[in-house]
Each structure stands twice: as C-alpha cells, then as structure tokens.
Design a protein around this ligand. Structure first.
Ligand SMILES: NC(=O)c1ccc[n+]([C@@H]2O[C@H](COP(=O)([O-])OP(=O)(O)OC[C@H]3O[C@@H](n4cnc5c(N)ncnc54)[C@H](OP(=O)(O)O)[C@@H]3O)[C@@H](O)[C@H]2O)c1
Length: 288
C-alpha cells in the first residue's frame, strides 16, 4: 500500500527542517527521509522515520525509494540541470504509486525571461501540473538566511553593492518556511493549492543596510549596481561563470519585482508572526 510520505533533501536545511517539524505532526512510521548524504540523514536515525538513499541523477534509486510512497515532497536541488532532475523524479513518481506531489519553488510572477533562478521553478511546476498527479506548489520568499551570501564585503567596506529592487523583495526565514511546509504537508486542507510564503511586507535594500548598520554598529549603505556589472564583479572575485550568471539573474528578477508578493499566508499557517530580517541577521552576525 502506498501510504508513506517521502521528504527529499532531508539531509539539507529546508528538507531537514520540514521533516524535523513533521515528526511532531504525523506518526514517524509514515515518514521517509531521503537524500544522498547518509551521514547528514543520520540525524533522523532515532526518530522512527525510514531513511532512504535517493539520487535525482539515478533513476533506479528514485524508483526504489518511492516503492510504497503516496505523497512526495520535492526540495529543489541547486544543480545546473535541476529542472531535468525534477522532471525525472516527477515522471517516475507518476508511474509508481505516488498520488500527490508537493514542490518548494520560489515566489515569482508567471512571466518568463528572468533567468534560471525563476525559470527552473516555472518548468518544474508546469511539469507537475501535466503529470496527472495531485500537485501543490509552495512558493517561498527569498531566504533571509541567504543575505550574508549576497552582502559581499559590505560589512568591511560599508557599501552593499547590489541591483536596486525599488519596491523591495519578499523574504522569509528558512526555519519558518520549513515549519509552514510541514503544516501544509500534514493537513489535506492545504493540498492542491498554490501557497505563497513570505513576510507580510516587502523589505528593500536601504532598509536591509539600515538593519545591518544597527546590528553591526558600523555604517552600511546600499548602492545600486547594474545586474551585468554585478555579474562581472562576481566573476572577478572568483565565482564560477555559471553561478555568477545565476546569481545576477536572481538579482535582476528581484530588481524587476518578480520576487515580490508579500502575503499573510506564512503568518496564517504558522499561527504567529514570522521571524523578521533583524531576527535572522542578528543570529547570523552572532555566529560570525
Ligand atoms: N528561496 C531562496 O532564497 C533559496 C536560497 C537558496 C537556495 N534555494 C533552493 O532551496 C533548496 C533547498 O535549500 P537548502 O538551504 O535546504 O539547501 P541545502 O541545505 O543545500 O539542501 C539541498 C538538498 O538537496 C539535496 N540534493 C542535491 N542534489 C541532489 C540529488 N542529485 N539528488 C537528491 N538530492 C539532492 C541535498 O541532498 P544531499 O546533500 O544528501 O545530496 C540536500 O539535502 C536549494 O537546493 C535551492 O534550490 C532557495
């Protein structure tokens, strides 16, 4: 009988957080932790969940992992060919006994042309929609936890150089996204829908710089740089060309307001105010 719920990326931050919340919402014997890194999956070894190896590049491992699974939650990978990987997983799910697939993409408008950071999610969602499986789209705000990666040397130089997003960006703490996603998976009333999970208000980079200044005690200002120039800066400091293009595409999409749909849904599902930018950055700075 296909009654298991399998969580991919359970070895990582988002999927691991989803599963850590799910074990408090559903019987652990119903849950499966999947990933490639068995050492990282070992954190679930005493929880009663089943632990399985599943590599999106290995069809055999996907088929074996899905044998008794009825609900599949997919965490996107960061591979350059991830939309192909996701397509492979969805196709195999559709011909095994899986009935429902959920996927965590990113908040986006439905227009095309905003680089792979957005297009990969659009392609995966389209494939889910035509798969014949019940499908639930979870569209996440940009991780507040990712801000340190965007800052470059802003804390030392006092300048956060990044393409301006005039109306701000929809952000969310990854821990909150994980908790809300677990609630979506566990409760059928959330299934078959599009969920937009973010803070209730957009935050722009001027406000971000101001929060950084307050928390660090050092003056930081935001300065606009064109997306193409930003890409060249990344390449100059050694970021591989493919990743630089990906990050510049994301910056461009945010600048154009594609990742801008603040909603109350995250707060509603959590039943509390989500963590804000200052909460997450404060914890980040304390760790540095
Ligand atoms: N919304 C945002 O702002 C934002 C920011 C950054 C990233 N993201 C996206 O969100 C995803 C999850 O974020 P995260 O912080 O949880 O990342 P993470 O900690 O790096 O986790 C990524 C997970 O993907 C799994 N994975 C990678 N390649 C795989 C493959 N070939 N087959 C099966 N599993 C594979 C990894 O499993 P193993 O380690 O076991 O291989 C890992 O568990 C990222 O992969 C990225 O697509 C979103």
């Amino acid at each position: 009988m296909n009654d298991k719920i399998l969580i991919t990326g359970a070895s990582g931050h988002l999927g691991g957080g989803v599963l850590a919340n799910l074990v408090n919402l559903l019987p652990p014997s119903q849950l499966v932790a999947a990933g490639r890194n068995q050492d990282a999956l070992a954190r679930f070894s005493n929880t009663g969940v089943d632990i399985r190896t599943m590599d999106f590049d290995d069809a055999g491992s996907i088929e074996a992992a899905l044998a008794d699974v009825g609900t599949l939650y997919i965490v996107p990978t960061a591979a350059p060919d991830r939309s192909e990987q996701h397509r492979r997983v969805i196709d195999i799910a559709a011909r095994s006994g899986v009935k429902h697939v959920l996927y965590s993409g990113v908040i986006h408008h439905d227009e095309h042309g905003f680089g792979p950071a957005i297009a990969d999610h659009q392609q995966t969602e389209r494939h889910m929609a035509t798969s014949g499986l019940q499908h639930t789209f979870i569209r996440n705000g940009i991780y507040l936890d990712a801000i340190p990666m965007l800052l470059g040397n802003a804390l030392e130089s006092g300048v956060f150089a990044y393409p301006t997003a005039p109306h701000g960006v929809s952000w969310a703490a990854r821990a909150d996204l994980a908790e809300a996603t677990a609630r979506i998976i566990a409760d059928p009333k959330h299934h078959g829908k599009v969920h937009q999970l973010s803070l209730t208000h957009a935050v722009d980079y001027v406000a971000l710089a101001s929060i950084l200044s307050t928390l660090s005690g050092r003056s930081v200002i935001h300065q606009h740089i064109a997306p193409q120039a930003y890409e060249q800066v990344l390449v100059k400091v050694g970021v591989p060309a493919g990743l630089a293009g990906f990050l510049a595409g994301l910056a461009d999409a945010m600048a154009q307001g594609v990742v801008l749909q603040p909603t109350h849904e995250l707060a509603h599902i959590l039943g509390r105010e989500p963590l804000g930018m200052a909460d997450v950055l404060k914890a980040d700075l304390a760790r540095q």
